[in-house]
Design a protein. Sequence first.
Length: 106
Amino acid sequence: MTKRLWLAGLIWAAVSGVAFLALGNAIVATGLAVFGFVLLVVLAMAGDWEQHPDFEERELARARRRAARRQRTAGARARDRERWEAHQARKAEKARARTPGDDGRV
């Protein structure tokens, strides 16, 4: 955790304590303490806002994953290609067998 977050936590604890001591109403003091805690959590979550990868880094990572997946499934794709080519050859053979004029009729 950063110094800034620790400082914000200490300030929140001090302000919450003062709110409970100075204000006579515990409900208002609790509301201020909860509101301050929510702000502290938002500050903690926003601390690494600028440390995300940019578009090019994300796309490079995706390209690496796609390349690894393509390499992993190369055998299955080769078998599918062979079956497709055999299917196309059978289909072409059937088409040649059904051409008009082969059976003596026009």
